[in-house]
Design a binder for this molecule. Sequence first.
Ligand code: NAD
Length: 322
Amino acid sequence: MKITRRVLVTGALGQIGSELTTALCERYGYDNVVATDLKDDRSVFDGRVAFEPLDVMKPEQIDAALERHRIDTVYHLAAVLSAIAEMAPLKAWHINMDGLFYVLEAARTRRCAVFFPSSIGAFGPTTPLDGTPQDAIQRPNTMYGVTKVSGELLCDYFHKRYGVDTRGVRFPGIISNVTPPGGGTTDYAVTIFYEAIKRKRYACILRGDTSLDMMYMPDAIKAAIMVMEADPSRLRHRNSFNVTAMHFTPEVLAAEIRKHIPEFVMDYKVDEMRQAIADSWPNWMDDRAAREEWDWAPDYDLPRMTADMIAVLRDRSEANVL
Ligand code: NAD
């Protein structure tokens, strides 16, 4: 059965939004998706997607946009990411919490479903870091993590108290090749590919043995769409599902890249702040709840993702557009 939706995306110009928005357009029709962001740069979508500036700190703008476009589903991606949040905690608190509250409140009055992307950052050093269970202790020690746990709780609150159809996933680090990442702790796993193609060398900002959960963008998009389309009667959880596809250390990733670029060299320039954040995050999450409740399964493992990233970036490098 074909599902039709009227979707609004916040933070649509970011790393995830720039690709998820296009995927939503392809699934629900270009006339049924509105991309919004604080930045006003509609050139990102080549004029094919309806775009308007929207600040999630302005509740009246959110409400008006939902009404004007007769929206039934909001993908709320606008946020401040982990490394930036450590440098600007109050700003992160306001945007990640107040912005989410305003979106949920507008969704309540306009009867919209809401997708909320939580993160491996919602866990902390007292969480079991290997095979992190769906329902685990969550005592993050970063401002980003504090806002992600609170966001999960707020979404569950709006569902239980008001019946808003809130759903979310805990994304691991997302690897992509369209829009650069926006200041997260797992950004190295994207930068390494660009440096491997351009300079055959990369100074890694994390220690070589730092294991982190990761996912290639096509799988992140698939998860975001699948969870919103899932049969609600099967959902025991809502905010937020662990989803994972692969986990590796910088050393393992560098070795995989060397299978394609044998001369690639990696050395280290460890950023202590990001290292401390990475050390407090899961090495890999257990995503059985997502598999059981909405049939989640990723398509890309480390070798497949690496081969695809290198093929795409090589093509762009040869065309001088890297
Ligand atoms: P990003 O930083 O690349 O993009 C965020 C976007 O939000 C930016 O385009 C920015 O302009 C916009 N924004 C900031 N303040 C705004 C405001 N006041 N109003 C409207 N827009 C505003 O982030 P991303 O990587 O695309 O992440 C999207 C979501 O997914 C975030 O909630 C993030 O926490 C979550 N997430 C991302 C990852 C990842 O690896 N990228 C992993 C886990 C969770």
